[in-house]
Design a protein around this ligand. Structure first.
Ligand code: ADP
Ligand code: MG
Length: 221
């Protein structure tokens, strides 16, 4: 029974994805068709249309590149990697964007942990989660990432001072295409969760209104 349950749940995610993709890509395509018709009709103010058309193409492009990432086969490119090193790399990468919004990216290494993992995929997870935190903290503040060992798990926590997530929405975050952002794709957390599960770990989300959110990644050692 367990197996049947898991399979049907997977299929429903594939179904959700397919429906979501169709919807998310059709909208900008419809808009592009409209603008081409306007241009064919010889409208003035072409420059303004080109700009919107480029934005619509960019939207399709973002969605497809995120989807390509999901469909990449899980080639077994695993090796022993330092979690501190992966997280530090990501923080260096995101520092400029954080500075722009007056956000400090802090790192607290309680244990230096080495895990057997796909380095580029796990870095993608840290990028997605820290980016999300940055995007919520429009008034600046601190994002603290902690790395520690507990029992047979490595735990990486990303703690922000953003507005928090209403309780009734937390379970929606890992669903494809759930987004509250104007230019969001709603794929980041779904992909991150998938990668973590592929490493036999789990992603826990806690949040308190006006205090912030904590995303905890648990990875078996
Ligand atoms: P996107 O970033 O494209 O919206 P994600 O899957 O990364 O897609 O995130 C989905 C949604 O989860 C976001 O739109 C936001 O509403 C919510 N969310 C994610 N991270 C946080 C966070 N740190 N604080 C508050 N809300 C968050
Ligand atoms: Mg995101």
């Amino acid at each position: 029974a367990e197996e049947i349950f898991i399979r049907s749940e997977k299929m429903s995610i594939a179904g959700q994805l397919a429906a979501g993709i169709a919807h998310e890509i059709r909208n900008p395509l419809t808009s592009l068709r409209g603008f081409i018709q306007l241009l064919q009709a010889g409208m003035e103010n072409k420059e303004a249309y080109y700009k919107i058309m480029m934005d619509e193409i960019e939207k399709i492009n973002t969605i497809t590149s995120e989807l390509l990432f999901i469909s990449k086969p899980m080639t077994d490119e695993k090796s022993e990697e330092s979690v501190t090193e992966m997280v530090s790399d990501v923080i260096t990468l995101l520092k400029t964007q954080a500075n722009l919004f007056n956000i400090d990216l802090l790192l607290d290494i309680q244990d230096d942990v080495v895990i057997y993992c796909d380095r580029s995929q796990l870095k993608q997870v840290f990028i997605n989660l820290i980016k999300n935190a940055i995007e919520e903290m429009t008034n600046g503040g601190e994002i603290l990432t902690t790395i520690k060992k507990s029992n047979n798990f490595c735990i990486v926590e990303i703690i922000d001072q953003g507005p928090g997530i209403p309780n009734h929405l937390i379970h929606k975050l890992k669903e494809p295409f759930f987004t509250t952002k104007k230019n969001g794709t709603g794929l980041g957390l779904m992909i991150s969760n998938q990668i973590i599960e592929n490493h036999h770990g789990l992603l826990e989300i806690q949040s308190e209104a006006n205090v912030g959110s904590t995303f905890s990644i648990h990875l078996p050692l």
